[in-house]
Design a protein around this ligand. Structure first.
Ligand SMILES: Nc1ncnc2c1ncn2[C@@H]1O[C@H](COP(=O)(O)OP(=O)(O)OP(=O)(O)O)[C@@H](O)[C@H]1O
Length: 246
């Protein structure tokens, strides 16, 4: 079953088309890697899906609803956006405790006060930071802050999780924790996960399927093992072997 489908998507900036997607589908419960050179349009794709960026045209079928992306209002988009978790490369912490940072998403969604505490503590436990609940979020290390950003995205159990280079600035220890959490929530919740990554070893470890974006187009997509062992297009072969730099 598809959880997400994009059709006839065109994204422009300053009169230039930076992303064009005729059609792409994402199956529920799978982990997808989005790979490609710098400036290819990977983050733009994720931002459009998360309704952070409005395209010139395009439609999205998500959670069983059809959305005209170019015409969508903030009010109509909000309930859709609230079913998605998003983690960016750099974690932005609110000036509050770790607990309050993670609880925020539940409070916005009107979750009962009594239910918030156990859910926040469970999310913190998932990222091995239960002990930091009372700490001020702005005193966390970069790796810890990114794990809190993940806990904040997971606490309301979104069916779709969007990760934009989430481990690009992390050390191997924090990367291992981050990947373990992704693996766990995929196993236990069947969360659909889209991860933009420059770390090809990570894409191989974590994902079931990969999309290769080059110059604003999805040039190739398929099962991860097939993408890495038998890429059809020359650009992807060059990218995987480290020959492509832009
Ligand atoms: N707000 C904007 N205004 C103008 N150009 C933009 C804007 N946002 C993105 N672009 C351009 O669109 C292209 C795609 O950007 P995007 O961030 O999606 O690439 P990316 O594949 O995620 O790159 P990276 O791997 O370096 O993060 C780039 O050429 C970028 O400069």
């Amino acid at each position: 079953m598809n959880i997400l489908e994009l059709r006839d998507l065109v994204v422009c900036h300053e009169g230039k088309t930076i992303l064009r997607v005729d059609s792409v589908r994402f199956e529920q419960g799978k982990i997808y890697g989005i790979i490609g050179p710098s400036g290819a349009g990977k983050s733009t794709l994720l931002r459009v899906i998360n309704l952070l960026e409005r395209p010139a045209q395009g439609s999205m079928h998500v959670f069983g609803t059809d959305v005209d992306l170019a015409a969508l209002t903030h009010a109509k988009g909000l309930p859709i956006q609230r079913q998605m978790g998003f983690v960016a490369q750099k974690p932005a912490m609110f000036h509050a405790s770790v607990f309050d940072n993670v609880a925020m998403g539940l409070r916005y969604r009107g979750v009962d006060r009594a239910a918030i505490r156990p859910r926040v503590l469970a999310a913190l436990k998932l990222v091995d930071l239960e002990h930091a609940a009372g700490q001020r979020a702005d005193t966390l290390s970069g790796g810890e802050a990114q794990r809190i950003a993940l806990a904040r995205a997971l606490v309301y159990e979104p069916p779709l999780l969007l990760l934009d280079e989430p481990t690009a600035s992390l050390d191997p220890h924090n990367i291992a924790i981050f990947e373990r959490v992704i693996h766990t929530i995929h196993q236990t919740r069947r969360t659909t996960i889209l991860i933009v990554t420059h770390n090809l070893a990570q894409a191989r470890r974590l994902t079931h399927a990969c999309l290769f974006i080059h110059q604003g187009r999805i040039v190739e997509c398929g099962e991860t093992a097939a993408v890495f062992s038998g890429a059809a297009c020359r650009e992807l072969q060059d990218f995987i072997s480290g020959r492509m730099i832009c």
